[in-house]
Design a protein around this ligand. Structure first.
Ligand code: BG6
Length: 485
């Protein structure tokens, strides 16, 4: 692995504390960081290196998967960290930063491989990228890379603008766009699940699959993020990115090999085949919801518009369900149903594949549908629902479930996997600009319809599975959401 300088913007922020430091530490413990590495944290606050070390240590104690109790290991890790105050708008600050980066590179005797991680609000991405370029930080004798996090824009136009800004300082292959769902082990497993299991591979198409349901439900509400969320909604916060990424990863045709070029190519093909919603029938395929007061796990919780920081008459969506069609050879005529929402009954991200009735099969009404269920989050697991005869019930059919669950494993978190890949230069599980652009293109008519109030806002009580209209979306096609009870 190449020796690396890891330059972290937003070093005193929440994401760094909760995810990035623990991820780096766990990689360090697992010997998955380069032998020589320097980490430079940047923020608006003034902090000494010692204070910064304390800050990082505290984050590890609170959030790390692996214990931070061993002082010698901890100190070995922390000695790589330095801190500088930086105003993202001042190119002068970047020049001083360059001196520090170079000094550390000399001290460690390493090549100028520089990873810039922008853990800051997206409105700063453009100015930071351009100042990295202008200050000379981006001129290296090794490689340079930029890591950014969603949201990548708030609609098609702003996403394109952001991309133009970034691409004047970084090439596409140098930009690592994180969608943390792509770092989840079960998402990374989808391709293997299909390619290495002939019984699944043989069934993975419209010949045998009746429909596919992708759900990401959360029990949390808007939390302390009303300022952001009330202008984003479920559509920008989850649907345009995480949900469409799951769809792509699930439905892409198997790549010849699992590398960045192939996987991204196949994902793009899915997005290009996704049927565009027409203005006149958009409301038949999309459900927009917002939670009202209700009960979750025995506790009363307020409705969305009573949450602190949310506008009193906000029509923001906290739930969205959609019916989609992939018009290609393999998936035509298979509806994909996607839903995501806050304050729902349970925290769960899963894919349910419902198989068709066997041709010429018995007309026994008790027969359950064959299902393949892929649990992604918070527990990983797979189960298959089949039918058997119950000898104690006069041979009546009963469904059986063959279950595998991974909840015991202390598996690497998404951020660990993704940071490791970025340092190795493997962008397979990062979002390519084409995917960003195509997904915004697909979502844009829905954003417009929300804006123009062409899709009714449906109320659903906190603690439920979303509005009734989301059930009707499937009922209209003769299906139901599985595993809702
Ligand atoms: C984030 C969203 O991207 O994903 C949050 O901004 C959401 O609103 C979170 O809660 C869900 O992630 P996970 O990994 O808990 O399913």
């Amino acid at each position: 692995m190449d020796p690396t300088s890891f330059v972290l913007f937003g070093a005193t922020g929440d994401l760094a504390k909760r995810k990035i430091y623990p991820a780096l530490y766990n990689l360090f413990i697992d010997h998955k960081l380069p032998e020589s590495f320097s980490i430079i944290g940047l923020g608006r606050r003034t902090l000494s290196d010692e204070e910064f070390h304390k800050h990082v240590e505290q984050s590890l104690i609170t959030f790390s998967r692996r214990s931070a109790n061993d002082p010698s290991r901890l100190n070995a890790f922390l000695q790589a960290f330095r801190y500088r105050t930086l105003d993202v708008n001042h190119v002068e600050d970047y020049r001083k930063l360059l001196e520090l980066v170079q000094r550390r590179e000399k001290e460690l005797n390493i090549r100028e491989n520089r990873m810039f991680y922008l853990s800051v609000a997206p409105e700063f991405f453009g100015v930071i990228a351009s100042n990295i370029n202008e200050s000379g930080l981006g001129s290296t004798d090794g490689w340079k890379r930029l890591i950014i996090e969603k949201p990548f824009g708030r609609d098609l136009e702003s996403a394109r603008y952001l991309n133009e800004q970034l691409s004047s300082s970084f090439e596409e292959h140098e930009i690592y766009r994180i969608d943390h769902y792509l770092g989840k082990p079960m998402i990374q497993n989808l391709e293997i699940l299909e390619s290495s299991n002939p019984i699944l591979k043989a069934l993975w198409s419209n010949h045998y699959i009746a429909n596919v349901q992708i759900t990401a439900s959360e029990t949390v509400g808007v939390e302390e993020r009303a300022g952001y969320y009330d202008h984003a909604g479920a559509i920008r916060d989850m649907f345009q990115n995480h949900m469409l990424q799951i769809l792509m990863m699930f439905s892409m045709q198997l790549p010849k090999k699992c590398d960045a070029h192939e996987v991204r190519f196949k994902k793009r093909k899915v997005m290009e085949s996704l049927r565009l919603l027409q203005k006149e029938d958009i409301s038949h395929h999309i459900v927009r919801g917002q939670y009202t007061a209700g009960e979750i796990e025995g506790k009363h919780v307020p409705g969305y518009t009573q949450e602190p920081g949310v506008a009193e008459f906000s029509t923001n969506d906290t739930f969205i369900a959609a019916r989609l069609w992939i018009d290609d050879f393999f998936w035509s005529d298979v509806p994909f149903y996607i839903r995501t929402g806050k304050r729902m009954k349970e925290k769960s991200t899963r894919i349910v594949v419902e198989f068709k009735e066997p041709l010429g099969g018995s007309s026994d009404q008790t027969k359950a549908r064959n299902l393949l269920v892929i649990d992604i989050n918070p527990n990983e697991g797979i189960f298959i629902q089949l039918n058997r005869k119950d000898p104690l019930q006069d041979g009546k059919l009963e469904p059986i479930r063959i279950h595998y669950s991974d909840s015991e494993k202390n598996a690497p978190e998404a951020y660990e996997t993704l940071i490791f890949d970025a340092i190795r230069g493997d962008s397979t599980f990062f979002v390519h600009w084409d995917e960003v652009e195509l997904s915004w293109k697909w979502v844009q008519p829905i954003l417009d319809a929300f804006e123009e109030d062409r899709i009714p806002l449906q109320a659903y009580p906190a603690g439920s599975n979303g509005p009734a209209a989301s059930d009707q979306l499937l009922e209209a096609d003769g299906y139901t959401w599985w595993l809702d009870s």
